[in-house]
Design a protein around this ligand. Structure first.
Ligand code: DP6
Length: 345
């Protein structure tokens, strides 16, 4: 047993192209999902443990007490069976986000991703494990999944797949795996994401309630079928590099996610009038300029405008000239496919 140690990790947020919506017991998804990790939207977390007769957890977010502490404590409590050493230590956990609080960006993926990386790192130090790097990140992905499903996909550089599909060997509901680089055309190596901030108010319905409403949803079966089909199409498209077909599938996923919310019982709508105006503008710009831009949307009103590096100037001009008026305080975040998590000294 070690007396004390401190580890720190920076973990990216991710944006799903094929959406996870609805789960089975054990935080397992009803369908596979595929995402890519962002470069700038990240959470940095450090965990310092010291052997103690009374197990205590102190959590600070950006140097202050935060309401997230409760969720962190219950997460650690649930992990006792995975990491029995937890109860022999006291914990100081400090966390900060690289993106502004009020951006309305989902932070649970990067937050639980960073926590899971720190805990898995400590676990491996305590147990003196020395296996491959790949098995470290798969283990961390499984631990992250238990905190937040989408966090399982934040462990890798590039694209990540979570959930069993017969299209990729080694895929599983238990953790995400990286989509092999040789399975994607080089045009996708420099995918960009402009996060257009429409409304930062707290969502009326949380993702966890949304997931729950998929139980008993009239379209549950057909949604699972659709997700498998869209995933299979997207994997093909990403191999071939067809950017128009990419837009079709990705937008179908985003709008289907919101259609599921609108057809839940009770129903809810997270899109705002300005989200719809931006969608219209993106479609028109694509048609008029033949530039392969597309959009995806999380469980919220913000729009992720996806484009390729070669069109950066034209797309930035489009945002400034035609979209800024629909954004809250004109704000947007210029992000891109990132480098994956990073261990910090
Ligand atoms: C719409 O991962 O936030 O972003 O597992 O309950 O923490 P929990 O849910 P969460 O759900 C994310 C839903 C989504 C789609 C996606 O990221 O695939």
């Amino acid at each position: 047993m070690i007396e004390s140690c401190k580890v720190a990790w920076s973990c990216p947020s991710n944006i799903a192209l094929i959406k996870y919506w609805g789960k089975k017991p054990g935080q397992l998804p009803i369908n596979p999902s595929l995402s890519f990790g962002l470069q700038k939207a990240r959470t940095k977390t450090s965990i310092e443990i010291a052997r103690a007769s009374t197990h205590k957890i102190n959590f600070l977010f950006e140097r202050k007490k935060s309401s997230f502490e409760k969720r962190v404590i219950s997460y650690l409590n649930e992990l006792h069976y995975e990491f029995p050493w937890i109860e022999n230590y006291s914990f100081l956990i400090e966390s900060e986000n690289s993106f502004p609080h009020s951006a309305g960006i989902a932070s649970s993926a990067s937050a639980f991703g960073a926590l899971a990386l720190c805990l898995t790192d400590i676990d491996w130090q305590i147990k003196g494990k020395d296996s491959s790097e790949a098995s470290f990140f798969e283990h961390a992905s499984r631990i992250a999944r238990l905190g937040s499903g989408s966090a399982s996909r934040s462990m890798y550089k590039g694209f990540a797949l979570w959930g069993k599909t017969n299209k990729i060997s080694g895929s599983t509901d238990g953790n995400a795996i990286p989509v092999p680089w040789n399975g994607t055309h080089p045009v996708y190596n420099d995918l960009r994401d402009a996060v257009l901030l429409v409304d930062s108010a707290k969502k009326e319905v949380s993702s966890s309630v949304g997931h729950e409403l998929m139980n008993g949803h009239p379209f549950k079966e057909s949604r699972a079928k659709q997700a498998h089909q869209n995933l299979s199409d997207l994997l093909q498209i990403m191999k071939s590099g067809n950017r128009d077909a990419f837009a079709e599938v990705v937008e179908n996923e985003a709008l289907s996610l919101h259609a599921l919310m609108m057809s839940s019982n009770p129903s809810f709508i997270l899109l705002k009038p300005n989200s719809l105006k931006i969608i219209e503008k993106i479609k028109l710009f694509r048609q008029q300029n033949s530039i392969p831009i597309s959009f995806t949307i999380d469980a919220g009103p913000n729009i992720h405008l996806l484009y390729f590096a070669e069109h950066v100037h034209k797309v930035h001009a489009f945002i400034k000239n035609e979209l800024v008026e629909f954004l809250e305080n004109g704000r947007w975040l210029d992000d891109r496919l990132g480098e994956g998590p990073e261990k910090m000294e």
